[in-house]
Design a protein around this ligand. Structure first.
Ligand code: TLP
Length: 347
């Protein structure tokens, strides 16, 4: 019996077309700039994001860390959302690798208001640490997969530019954000200095992320990637799957969003279950179990016993992520299991 894995979109397996492309990939030593498939992927990524250049790296975490270390100097500060992946899940790389002190700002959209951060951007740098970077995330994982609205990111970028501060977007799921907002990815990326995005989530590639920015920024990023041991050799083998991800898999994200909607609509009927509202729903459904009298890990355990695997952010917040390996039939089954479970717990 099939296990329906909705813990994350990272669990997706590469498609047949990706495996075929990997088999046939033309390769070379990428540290010598000689891998034609990596170059093709990087060019494609830069073009899709409307940036001058791109760098292929092993993971979203590495893309964020390379970005942080390229934009900042040791001893500076960076504005980071209180729920950001960079802050929560990257083993404190922001401070341990980049040597940067995060300034944590809490805003429900994941994107600060200018007046929340203007103080940090205007401080006297002879007496206070310099704030050289604003980190954003869209879609925002721990904020229920919500995208940052275009006018919000535009205004924070304008504000950052006026204060000579760079903006990095953790766009691990930027194509989900673009779909939800009804725009192209470059329309979001135009309001950033750099973007990291992942091929290995909803786009189903087995590995890999990209960092995009100006040619000068990417040249420096190559050096930092090498410092982190992230230089790769015949990486065309995996980049080939990334090209399939970027050319064939972007449009299908819409399906994941519809599937998440099916689950959210089912769960919305249960009053005791606190669904986190999404203005622009994407491929995540997040809810709080506190009024069901069960912890999120225990709820997940009970769902797993019925072949539906889901994850949780903390003791009371469940996360469900639709993905390429769960089709409509799987999703209908999962929705039914989750709704029945929650109903059986409400009193
Ligand atoms: N997120 C993973 C876990 O680490 C939580 C997931 O299952 O969602 N930025 C964002 C917004 C992410 O959600 C992730 C992965 C990353 C960066 C890191 O990507 P990888 O796993 O490739 O290092």
């Amino acid at each position: 019996m099939k296990i329906i894995d909705l813990r994350s979109d990272t669990v997706t397996k590469p498609t047949l077309e990706m495996r075929q492309a990997m088999l046939e990939a033309e390769v070379g030593d990428d540290c010598h700039g000689e891998d034609p498939t990596v170059k093709q992927l990087q060019n494609l990524a830069a073009e899709k994001m409307g940036k001058e250049a791109a760098l292929y790296v092993s993971s979203g975490t590495m893309a964020n860390n390379v970005a942080l270390m390229t934009h900042t100097q040791v001893g500076e500060t960076a504005i980071v959302d209180a729920e950001a992946h960079i802050y929560y899940y990257e083993s404190a790389a922001i401070s341990s690798l980049a040597g940067v002190m995060p300034i944590i700002v809490d805003h429900p959209t994941g994107c600060p208001d200018p007046d929340q951060i203007s103080y940090y951007l205007q401080r006297d740098p002879t007496r206070f640490p310099l704030t050289s970077l604003i980190c954003l995330e869209s879609t925002h994982n721990r904020r229920g997969g919500r995208p940052i609205a275009l006018d919000r990111i535009a205004s924070i970028y304008q504000f950052a530019q006026a204060h000579r501060t760079a903006v990095h977007l953790d766009g691990a799921r930027i194509f989900n954000a673009a779909h939800a907002l009804g725009v192209s990815a470059w329309e979001i990326a135009q309001y950033t200095d750099s973007v990291s995005f992942c091929l290995s989530k909803g786009l189903a590639a087995p590995v890999g992320s990209l960092l995009v920015g100006t040619t000068e920024f990417i040249q420096q990023a190559v050096r930092i990637r090498r410092r982190l041991g992230g230089g790769m050799r015949q990486a065309g083998v995996i980049a080939a799957a990334g090209i399939v991800a970027l050319t064939e898999m972007v449009n299908r994200l819409q399906e994941d969003h519809q599937h998440a909607q099916i689950i959210a609509e089912g769960l919305a009927e249960i009053e005791a279950l606190e669904l986190e509202p999404g203005d622009f729903p994407t491929n995540m459904v997040v809810f709080n179990t506190r009024n069901l009298g069960i912890s999120a890990p225990d709820f997940a355990k009970q769902a797993a016993a019925k072949r539906v695997r889901i994850s949780y952010f903390d003791p009371q917040r469940v996360r469900i992520v639709t993905n390429n390996d769960a089709d409509r039939e799987d999703v209908l089954y999962a929705a039914d299991v989750l709704v029945r479970l929650a109903k059986s717990m409400q009193n």
